[in-house]
Design a protein around this ligand. Structure first.
Ligand code: FES
Length: 174
């Protein structure tokens, strides 16, 4: 099932939506359900709204600090709305020496934003990975909406950004 992404307004409807996500985990261990539930909330709103954390805490009796420690630990989650597309440039060791920084320069130039920013139209978030995606034989590479592309030349990255595939972030967590 594909979820519709929306903007968190704090309305009753938003609260009901978060509650209905939590309902899906009824009867399960809250600690084991926390990460899958956060994935669904992130996919729905492109971030974890603070109030969603309150709701989880109330219903599942998990301290809010524990919830937001999880949110800040995993790069899949964010506390600010992300773009509809999330582009990671790998600058792990292998990608770094194979041209990762050049790909990063191209991405920042084409999108007009530095790392860790989102374009004003909300379409793209650009991130720099200083870790390895575990597929160094494809260096230099990028990850777009959880799909790996590489090895890529700067021109190929320009073409990817100009004409991105239709898959989306939430498909990977459904
Ligand atoms: S360093 Fe980029 S995939 Fe390993």
């Amino acid at each position: 099932m594909k979820m519709v992404r929306d903007t968190w307004t704090g309305s009753e409807e938003d609260r009901a939506r978060v509650n209905s996500i939590l309902d899906e985990f009824e009867g399960q261990d809250p600690m084991e359900s926390l990460i899958p539930a956060l994935h669904k909330i992130q996919a729905a709103y492109r971030y974890i709204p603070e109030e969603a954390g309150h709701i989880i805490s109330e219903r599942w009796h998990i301290p809010e600090t524990d919830i937001f420690n999880v949110v800040s630990f995993y790069s899949d989650f964010s506390t600010e709305p992300r773009g509809k597309r999330v582009l990671w440039i790998c600058e792990g060791a292998a990608c770094y020496f194979m041209g990762g920084p050049q790909l990063g320069e191209v991405a920042q130039s084409v999108l007009g934003i530095p790392y860790n920013e989102t374009t004003p139209d909300g379409e793209w978030t650009l991130r720099r990975a200083d870790f390895c995606f575990g597929v160094c034989h494809r260096a230099p590479l990028v990850e777009l909406d959880h799909h790996i592309y590489g090895p890529l030349s700067p021109e190929e990255l320009r073409a990817l950004i100009a004409n991105p595939p239709e898959h989306s972030v939430e498909e990977d967590h459904e």
